[in-house]
Design a protein around this ligand. Sequence first.
Ligand code: PBG
Length: 342
Amino acid sequence: MSFANKSHSSIDMNPILNGRRMRRNRSSDWSRRLIRENTFTINDLIWPIFLIDGENKSDPVTSMPGVERFSVDRAVRAAEQAAELGIPVIALFPNTDPDLRDEMGSEALNEDNLTCRALRAIKAEGFPVGLMTDVALDPYTSHGHDGLMVGDKIVNDETVDQLCRQSLIQADAGSDIIAPSDMMDGRIGAIRNALDNNSYDDLQIMAYSAKYASAFYGPFRDAVGSNANLKGDKRTYQMDPGNTDEALKEAELDLEEGADMIMVKPGMPYLDILHRIKETFLAPTYAYQVSGEYAMICAAAQNGWMDKEKAMMESMMAFKRAGADGVLTYFAPEIAKKLNGK
Ligand code: PBG
């Protein structure tokens, strides 16, 4: 029998397949591109940036290879770079001088604090980049907590009052997106009211709605210097990693209270939460690929155990697939350069 013989067509080499071959669509690059359901673009990026005092200063964060804390003038250059790369938003996180930290986190209400100075300096340049600011007290408190402490308790309502004032100060300095990361109850509604009553009704709020008490924040606490004196842990306000339904409730409350965008944090270990929140509320939903996730990928790559660029891009795709509208990631400039073909 010759192979050209048409009678071969009746021979089924593998009756179980019955013509169903999933690999057909994967057989070439063009076909894989045609079939792909999700894409990650530069428009999906938010770049978190750390600030320090001083001038012309970049201070490396040891636990986050490639990440530096920038003095205000350098932060302006970073914002310019973000604009050039097409990154839509940068998020500012201050490393406050230890001498300026106190029990009350008073520096959070100083209109000349590091964040406000950076906001004004960047705003003055008029770059087409949104500026997002962190609302929480941990970069300013001597005890490292996001809220005010009475005894060993983090007090909710007094903290919310302070967060409203912190939000207004950031708004005055030019913040475009107020992003409360503190997990106090009722803060989104209170901040929305405070903003509206001060003619900031157009200012957006991105709520850290489902923020877990996570070990993955370790390198960040180094970066902003809130680790050294952290008293205890944050489990009385950040969520228990064992819970899902509670995350949906948090997101629901934040949206009801006026959040324009919501966030899930950490990112990769919590893709199930991201997915359920997105599916349930259909609101703009973001993932924070936190410092520990960044550090893990970099550390494995430094050891030659993983390809950094591939792991970085694959993680972005995972966020999109789970339903993210965007991702806060320290890889943002690197990803943007890659997507720009630079
Ligand atoms: C605290 C805050 C944290 C992060 C952002 N805002 C850490 C914490 O809750 O201690 C973590 C971000 C990261 O790990 O990259 N307001």
